[in-house]
Design a protein around this ligand. Structure first.
Ligand SMILES: Cc1cc2nc3c(=O)[nH]c(=O)nc-3n(C[C@H](O)[C@H](O)[C@H](O)CO)c2cc1C
Ligand SMILES: Nc1c(NC[C@H](O)[C@H](O)[C@H](O)CO)[nH]c(=O)[nH]c1=O
Length: 237
């Protein structure tokens, strides 16, 4: 679990499409450097949120300045990690420990989909970014003033347009200096994780409604019966 407060911007040192070493797992792997500050207490198997994607450390060097991760096919389908190249910058955050303040929101590191930057407009010392989702169905979990993780950065949604599947955020100057988004232009893509709360509520309502319809003594079944009875008695008059 993460907070969406990016700790460090790292640099991709190596990107291999087929890494046959033990730490590469015979698949895609990536080595990230410029991140000694977050590797002081690193262990193999640790989770590091990289541009919003929870990844597992499979190797790190003795000096603890760089780490390697494997990238699974599902991750490549869901996120834009496949577009990274040597020298690409990435947002990094270690998993939370018991001493972390929850300054952002609960970020799982499970990217849902990608979005394209459709507008980037300066607003005083802030920048307003507007995005369009690739998979429109995730719009139902995006609400004004709600949380969203974009490339792993916890941000507040400032505007939503359900007709065009677009939403906006405002980035203050402090954040601009700490994350990679200001370096991205219109047309570039970002990784999106919608807030888990909306998904959980939707699923609970779905399960509850299905259970109530199955049970003829439930409040919902009784309500439907009483409406149908009323209509039938009106029609029979
Ligand atoms: C604890 C944890 C560790 C993960 N480690 C990896 C990993 O090393 N490589 C990977 O491709 N996906 C990994 N994933 C899945 C990855 O975050 C997910 O496929 C993307 O976020 C897309 O939803 C991990 C997920 C969790 C929860
Ligand atoms: N919620 C917003 C933030 N939050 C802070 C950033 O998440 C943080 O500065 C960054 O992750 C670096 O640690 N910042 C904004 O600019 N706008 C928001 O709505």
């Amino acid at each position: 679990m993460f907070t969406g407060l990016v700790e460090q911007i790292g640099t991709v040192l190596e990107y291999k499409d087929q890494d046959t070493s033990a730490s590469g797992g015979n698949g895609v792997s990536m080595t990230i450097g410029d991140c000694a500050s977050i590797l002081t207490d690193v262990h193999l198997g640790d989770s590091i949120c990289t541009n919003g994607v929870c990844l597992t450390v499979t190797e790190f060097n003795e000096e603890q300045t760089q780490f390697k991760v494997g990238i699974a096919p599902e991750t490549l389908r869901r996120s834009n990690l496949g577009d990274l190249k040597v020298d690409s910058k990435v947002n990094l955050e270690r998993a939370v420990n018991s001493e972390v303040r929850m300054g952002g929101h609960v970020v799982q590191g499970h990217v849902d989909t990608v979005a394209e930057i459709t507008k980037r407009v300066p607003d005083g010392n802030a920048i307003t970014f507007t995005f369009q989702l690739r998979d429109k169905e995730y719009m139902s979990y995006i609400v004004e003033k709600g949380f969203i993780a974009i490339d792993g950065t916890s941000l507040t949604v400032t505007d939503v347009n359900y007709d065009t599947s677009e939403f906006s955020i405002m980035m203050v100057s402090y954040t601009q200096a700490k994350v990679i988004m200001p370096s991205k232009k219109e047309g570039a893509t970002v990784n999106i994780e919608v807030d888990l709360t909306g998904k959980l509520i939707e699923k609970q309502i779905e399960i509850n409604l299905a259970n109530q319809i199955e049970n003829e003594n439930s409040a919902l079944s009784k309500l439907i019966s009483s409406i149908v009875d009323k209509k039938l008695s009106q029609l029979s008059k």
